[in-house]
Design a protein around this ligand. Structure first.
Ligand code: F6R
Length: 609
């Protein structure tokens, strides 16, 4: 998730763009860059790895006068976070400048084609390919050239483009990644979100999928990539700058919960083809190791360990290899037997969790092949691994994890499929069924958010509860564990996550009118067994909240409250089931007046053992 800002108008572009970047820095800060064009058509570009302050130092006292420009703050996906890969990027002639947020999935083919046609690409990025495609298509009209370039691109993007010879014109486009247009008095803006432009205008056009905007200081013309006109209504935004950074939501946690469809889309980009084939090019070099290993050990903490449970179940199901999860703090000092035939998978959002890094390092020293699954490019865990799969979920600001849980699950599912494919244990039909379910998942997550509209009222109804018991079985258990963790960490109400069948072995004694049962009862192979466990709780007067699959006719008879989620592949069900539970935790915490984004006693990255 990167931040984009562009300006065209009579004022000095440089300071406006730098101020815009400052507002967008929460979206990522691996590098920052700016490109400015003077009225005479002179181009100035500066880009620096690291935070915006590095760029500001580099351009202090030498920012040229310019009435048009683009600026970018990067959160690395393709290519290391260094000066070279920082945006903006140019074509061979230096006339075209591009900034981009998102992932161009077919970038390898595009780059190969461009190089074969004589272009010289200087960075490792997917973005640079766009600049060269625009160069090839340019015949005097930038918007036409951008549309022609985009017709060759697959994936998710928000881009902003300018041409040195067209000194009042910006072209922007959006596909599954946000981009807004700001309309001022004789000036215009492009930005990833309104936070970047709110100081200058409140008149905004929210672009939609497939829109291309041709922007001049006096107005915007919108088309699709084929050039057919599109209309977008102007919105008057009345958010404060602080609210705008949170996308209009009251807290980052709520924003990040609602970002999950987009986070899933970004995370899956390049990993599932339109036909449903599943790819994990990042681990291709480990194919031999995947064939050789006899066991799989996953190591992680907290939320990441619950996502790892889904990964372990899928690996075991699809390969027959024993696969288990051990929390990092136990793994290091009571390690399982480790050797070159044990595949170790370290799962960590931050990539900096000491409890996860230490055992991973230990496993590496024992000769284990290691895959890291993390959200953070350049983080410590990436140096311990033979291969890294990035979540591509964008920065998560709220301490309580949400979008990184769902993208950890999908990334691990893709990894599980890659291991099974390498071992020849995942048939084509099974792969395509899973691939299609993955492709449908972002839309299903959006629907799960819609279906959860009654959760705030439900949270109010259960505010007096003494504690909550969350239960699940098989693939629904990790969702129950994560739901309980979310509730306790932000609401400070005790909640336990338990294997449903274990209730009767002890914790059932906790259940009464004041201790409701939250059953993750989505469709699964063990649905009937789980329902029997719910009935056991109900018989002890516990009120029952069920998360159930749409169309489940029977659940209403045994649950006091039902929250519906769409049907999906069983292995992916925790992704959807967790959404209403995240919202339940959030609204409970808000009703109790807690600091939702920074709950007491917690830290986003736990770098001590
Ligand atoms: C819960 C939460 C924590 C983290 C855990 C591991 O919402 O965020 O439980 O999941 O501290 O952190 P990472 O994934 O950064 O290793």
């Amino acid at each position: 998730m990167c931040g984009i800002v562009g300006y065209t108008g009579p004022r000095e572009a440089g300071p406006i763009l730098i101020e815009g970047l400052r507002r967008l820095e929460y979206r990522g800060y691996d590098s920052a860059g700016i490109a400015l064009v003077s009225e005479a058509g002179d181009l100035f570009v500066e880009k620096k790895a690291g935070k915006l302050a590095n760029l500001q130092t580099a351009i202090a006292d030498r920012t040229p006068s310019a009435a048009i420009g683009l600026a970018h703050t990067r959160w690395a996906t393709h290519g290391r976070p260094n000066d070279l890969n920082a945006h903006p990027h140019q074509d061979c002639t230096g006339a075209i400048t591009v900034i981009h947020n998102g992932i161009i999935e077919n970038f390898r083919e595009l780059r190969d084609g461009l190089e074969a046609r004589g272009h010289t690409l200087t960075s490792e990025t997917d973005t640079e390919a766009i600049a060269h495609l625009v160069e090839e298509a340019y015949a005097g009209d930038l918007a036409d050239a951008v549309r022609a370039a985009l017709r060759q691109c697959e994936g998710a993007y928000a881009i902003a483009v300018m041409h040195r010879g067209e000194t009042d014109r910006l072209v922007g486009a959006r596909q599954n990644v946000p981009l807004v247009v700001g309309l001022g008095d004789g000036e215009a803006f492009l930005a990833s979100d309104v936070a970047a432009i709110l100081a200058h205008t409140r008149r905004v056009l929210f672009l939609e999928e497939g829109d291309v905007v041709d922007l001049r200081p006096w107005g915007a013309t919108i088309t699709n990539v084929e050039g057919a006109p599109r209309e977008r209504a102007e919105t008057l935004v009345d958010w404060s700058p602080e609210a705008a950074e949170k996308g209009g939501y009251d807290h980052f946690m709520l924003k990040e919960i609602h970002e999950q469809p987009d986070a899933l889309r970004q995370s899956l980009a390049g990993r599932v083809s339109t036909s449903g084939r599943i790819h994990a090019p990042e681990v291709a070099a480990l194919t031999e190791a995947f064939r050789r290993v006899t066991r799989v050990e996953l190591v992680a903490c907290g939320t990441a360990s619950y996502a790892a449970l889904v990964g372990a179940a899928a690996i075991q199901d699809w390969t027959g290899l024993p696969a288990r999860v051990t929390v990092g703090s136990e793994f290091r000092y009571s390690p399982p037997p480790l050797d070159e035939n044990t595949l170790v998978i370290a799962v960590t959002q931050s990539g900096e969790t000491a409890d996860t890094i230490a055992p991973t390092r230990w496993a590496r020293e024992q000769g284990c092949p290691i895959v890291a699954v993390t959200n953070t490019v350049g983080s410590a865990i990436t140096r311990e691994a033979n291969a890294v799969m990035f979540l591509q979920a964008g920065p998560e600001i709220a301490v309580a994890a949400s979008k990184t849980f769902v993208t950890q699950v999908t990334t691990l599912i893709v990894l599980a499929a890659a291991i099974a494919k390498a071992r020849g244990s995942l048939g084509l039909e099974q792969e395509l069924e899973l691939g299609q379910a993955l492709r449908a998942l972002p839309e299903a997550a959006a629907r799960a958010l819609e279906l959860a509209k009654d959760v705030p009222a439900m949270a109010e109804r259960y505010l007096g509860a003494r504690g909550f018991m969350f239960i699940g079985r098989g693939y629904t258990l990790p969702g129950a564990l994560e739901g309980a963790l979310k509730l306790k960490e932000v609401s400070y109400i005790h909640a336990e996550g338990y294997a449903a069948g274990e209730l009767k072995h002890g914790p059932i004694s906790l259940l009464d009118l004041e201790c409701p049962l939250v059953a993750v009862a989505t469709r699964s192979r063990v649905y009937d067994k789980l329902i029997s466990n719910v009935m056991e709780g109900r018989a002890r007067d516990a009120r029952v909240i069920a998360v159930a699959t749409e169309g489940d006719q029977g659940i209403g008879r045994i649950a006091d409250d039902v929250v519906w989620v769409p049907e999906t592949h069983e292995a992916l069900s925790p992704v959807l089931a967790v959404i209403p539970l995240q919202l339940f935790a959030y609204y409970t915490a808000v009703a109790r007046g807690n600091d939702v984004d920074q709950p007491r006693n917690l830290a986003k990255s736990v770098t001590v053992e």
